[in-house]
Write a protein that binds this ligand. Structure first.
Ligand SMILES: [Ca+2]
Ligand SMILES: [Ca+2]
Length: 147
């Protein structure tokens, strides 16, 4: 994959609801700094917004998301191994073909908890890390672009 040049964020959201961003065939809702939810709350909130939790399927989408959330903190991915430890699945049940785990992650860290970490999110540079599903962090919902 060749390196892509910087693209400024879109100024309009064709085919997407107000406050959603358009990229390729999807619309994305990125939570404001005050909006922090745990994994299950995010799943519910995205459903309420007629959408699903964020899934990332290739490097190009990963880079786009990285530009949107740069310096804004942590955000959930719709990715979990709560059904079977270390078998990561998107919320639609599919296995990821693309991943961007931070080196050493996922580590199923379990300090102070009986259960390890079973829900994945984006950290610095939009690298992926597994978190406790009950952690409140930012979230991103996605839906098909209708244009
Ligand atoms: Ca785990
Ligand atoms: Ca971790």
């Amino acid at each position: 994959m060749s390196r892509r040049v910087y693209e400024p964020p879109p100024t309009s959201t064709p085919g997407c609801p107000p406050h959603w961003l358009s990229n390729k065939d999807k619309c994305y809702y990125i939570s404001a700094p005050s909006e922090k939810l745990n994994f299950n709350e995010t799943k519910e909130e995205c459903k309420n917004k007629s959408s699903t939790m964020l899934t990332i399927h290739n490097k190009e989408e990963q880079f786009w998301i990285q530009r949107q959330i740069n310096g804004k903190g942590y955000f959930w991915l719709g990715l979990t191994d709560m059904i079977e430890e270390n078998i990561w699945r998107w919320v639609d049940g599919t296995l990821p073909s693309f991943t961007n785990w931070k080196l050493g992650q996922p580590d199923n860290w379990n300090h102070g908890h009986e259960e390890g970490e079973d829900c994945a999110g984006l950290i610095h540079n939009a690298e992926w890390n597994d978190f406790f599903c009950t952690d409140p962090i930012g979230y991103i919902c996605q839906r098909a672009n209708e244009s």
